[in-house]
Design a protein around this ligand. Structure first.
Ligand code: ZN
Length: 451
């Protein structure tokens, strides 16, 4: 067996790892590059006609976002995944096609007006391409069952990262290899904790947070509660949030605060049609929830509370701009790379009585990262904005395993070789150091690794 990483090699986005089994090729994930690497998305690096099957780990766009490009360029095989991954990928891909088209049109207008010099490149794909791609999905995988894919034994197991996420154990001839996809942070309210892998020869493991330990989820909930209490009387709380999983975790926690009587009276806006759609998919797949949340679900909607308004309409979204205090605004994108959160940043972030709460990873090159690094002013939709709002990071909401969880997971497989993927290189080196007694390697993009 051989493996070639075409993305998420020394970086956190663009996941795409080709497993070569004699004369067959299986691609594990095919995600978009984001942040500083965005432009790398245009080139797949391989011929999709030569790929025989895709194993998709989960529906985050940095894992599934280039699947329509495969089909557009001649891929004829099947894309295997769990049912929630299929339903969520559908929403995420359609949204991505829409956003790419909007961005293209707005850049084209600016180019025609002469305000930018470079002509924008065409969107990578459109909605029709997404619909074509969806025809190739085979959402037949259940956790812990073994499937035959092109002569390999493939076992998806729960990665505990987002709804329906899995890691793959693949056995071919006398070798076993494991691909982690993204591994979750334990103790989250909706998904179950990750399963452990069986003994393997080689493990490809993500390393997003290879350099640090998260605060516990309970501690993070307390932090969020304090921020809300301290801000809401005189200002608003902005939460840039990924539409998928993070938003549902936050709604779940806000409902908990409400139930225990610790949430001050406020208005909560979920200003994201995508997140609203995703929440519906969650409600349809409750058998993937951890037991406590499944039990709540038997009685009531775990993501709903009386202060909550779901905002689909653009006009309704604009009205939030006029609210001076007492609002919690949850909107995407989580890294501030686009979406309605930008309007809220523009209207609220220059006021010191407001707060921005980051609950997810902010890669290099994103507006979120620039705000965290205290660059001032920052450019929001082409306009310089002085950030005076208080900035908080509450990292226990992360959907990624921390250093100790990654080590626990890797040790369970007790592999002869560990390849670190899906991480920034400085963080990988810290994790490599922690695994010093093991054979750890950090593959480069397109490097061929023998298994
Ligand atoms: Zn992910």
């Amino acid at each position: 067996m051989k493996v070639i990483s075409y993305g998420a090699a020394k970086t956190v986005t663009g996941s795409a790892h080709m497993l070569i089994l004699d004369d067959k090729k299986i691609l594990i994930d095919c995600g978009l590059f984001q942040g500083v690497d965005e432009e790398k998305s245009e080139e797949l690096g391989f011929d999709p006609k030569e790929v025989d099957a895709v194993l998709l780990t989960h529906a985050h766009i940095d894992h599934c976002g280039r699947i329509p490009m495969l089909i557009k360029n001649g891929f004829k095989g099947k894309i295997y995944c769990t049912n929630p991954t299929y339903e969520l990928s559908r929403l995420m891909l359609l949204d991505t096609a829409k956003v790419m088209l909007e961005n293209y049109k707005s850049h084209m207008r600016r180019f025609q007006r002469g305000s930018i010099k470079e002509m924008p490149s065409e969107p990578l794909y459109d909605e029709d391409d997404v619909f074509e791609a969806l025809e190739h999905f085979e959402p037949i995988f259940s956790y812990n069952k073994t499937y035959d894919v092109l002569g390999a034994k493939v076992t998806p197991k729960d990665a505990g990262h987002i709804l329906g996420s899995c890691f793959y154990e693949i056995e071919y001839k006398d070798k076993r290899i494991v691909f982690s996809g993204d591994l979750g942070n334990k103790g989250k309210p909706i998904v179950r904790d990750f399963s452990l892998p069986s003994k393997a020869n080689v493990v490809y493991v993500e390393s997003t947070y290879g350099d640090r330990l998260h605060k516990s989820f309970d501690q993070s909930k307390e932090e969020l509660k304090e921020i809300i209490k301290n801000t809401i009387k005189h200002g608003n709380v902005l939460i840039p949030s990924y539409a998928l999983e993070r938003t549902q975790d936050i709604l779940y926690v806000l409902r908990e605060f409400y139930e225990e009587g610790s949430l001050p009276k406020c208005k909560i806006f979920l200003d994201s049609p995508l997140a609203i759609g995703v929440t519906k998919v969650f409600l349809r797949n409750k058998e993937y929830f951890r037991k406590e949340t499944y039990d709540i679900m038997q009685k009531e909607d775990p993501f709903s509370l009386p202060y909550l308004t779901m905002v689909r309409d653009v006009e309704e979204s604009k009205q939030i701009n006029d609210i001076q205090e007492g609002a919690i605004i949850i909107a995407g994108s989580g890294m501030l790379s686009g979406g309605r959160i930008l309007h809220h940043i523009r209207h609220h972030a220059y006021k010191e009585q407001n707060a921005i709460v980051f609950v997810g990873y902010q890669p290099h090159g994103t507006l979120g990262r620039r705000i965290l690094e205290k660059q001032n002013p920052v450019f929001v939709m082409g306009e310089p904005i002085n950030i005076r709002a208080k900035i908080y990071t509450v990292n226990g909401f992360s959907s990624h395993a921390d250093q100790s969880e990654l080590i626990e997971w890797v040790n369970a497989a007790n592999p002869e070789k560990i390849c670190l993927i899906h991480g920034e290189e400085d963080k990988m080196l810290v994790l490599k150091d922690k695994l010093a007694n093991k054979n750890v390697y950090i593959p480069s993009r397109k490097e061929v690794i023998d298994v």
